[in-house]
Design a protein around this ligand. Structure first.
Ligand code: NAI
Length: 213
């Protein structure tokens, strides 16, 4: 990518991808920014601005070629190749994520799961075996694991972060409620579902105020 794209734009791209994927599935070959705008309830100018960050892809009087735009956005998001992934913490959240097949459609391949609880060892979540923690380091190296998903409590997350980094992990999808210190070059994406819920609660309060006015 030639220039830095703002994180706000990047965070909107997966939504474009979802809508374009649906259009593709419906056999729709092209769409104007106006039509896309009505569908996604985003202004047409926002769509044009967002996509202009990457050179546009649109053609005057034609709109966007759905297939092309879908694959270009996929490339921008790095979805044109696959990633090997492990999940650490095979509790409720870890298992729910592990069972979610759609990640594989996007190229995130679940290779294994890890947990300290012996009772879980040897169980499988789809094809991925739940293994003991002492196999973590060698498994990461031998299976070229790119991404570790942390669905363990914060003390565990802090305990394993060095092992992950030392053995070649490129990125961490962190659900543990703690900020992780990692060297430059290792990407961390923190997910707190409650943030989204708090945003919802803010919007409920705001819409109640608007009605009362
Ligand atoms: P859970 O209790 O069902 O599962 C936790 C699993 O981690 C258990 O299987 C346990 O044996 C394992 N574990 C605990 N300490 C470990 C360690 N030091 N090493 C290896 N394995 C260890 O809990 P649940 O609901 O799956 O949540 C997991 C974590 O994710 C919790 O800490 C919770 O706070 C957090 N969470 C975060 C969310 C978010 O939006 N960021 C949403 C839900 C949960």
């Amino acid at each position: 990518m030639e220039k830095d794209i703002s994180q706000a734009v990047i965070s909107r791209l997966p939504r474009y991808l979802r809508y374009l994927g649906d259009l593709k599935d419906q056999g729709i070959e092209r769409i104007s920014s106006q039509e896309l705008s009505e569908l996604m309830k985003v202004t047409a100018s926002q769509i044009r601005q967002d996509l202009n960050n990457f050179g546009g892809f649109g053609q005057q009087g034609y709109g966007y070629n759905v297939d092309n735009l879908y694959s270009e956005i996929g490339k921008i998001l790095g979805l044109d190749h696959s990633y090997n992934l492990i999940i650490i913490g095979a509790g409720n959240l870890g298992k729910a994520l592990g069972n979610y097949m759609n990640f594989e459609k996007r190229g995130f391949i679940l290779k294994g799961m890890f947990d300290a609880n012996e009772a879980l060892h040897g169980q499988k979540v789809r094809n991925a075996e739940i293994m003991p923690m002492d196999r973590l380091a060698s498994f990461i190296r031998e299976n070229n694991i790119d991404i570790a998903v942390l669905t363990i409590p914060k003390t565990g997350a802090l305990e394993y972060v060095d092992v992950l980094v030392e053995n070649g992990i490129k990125a961490i999808w962190n659900f543990a409620h703690v900020d992780l210190n990692v060297p430059q070059g290792i990407e961390v994406e923190n997910v707190h579902l409650s943030d989204s819920l708090m945003k919802l609660s803010y919007n409920i309060a705001r819409s109640a105020e608007t009605k009362a006015e």
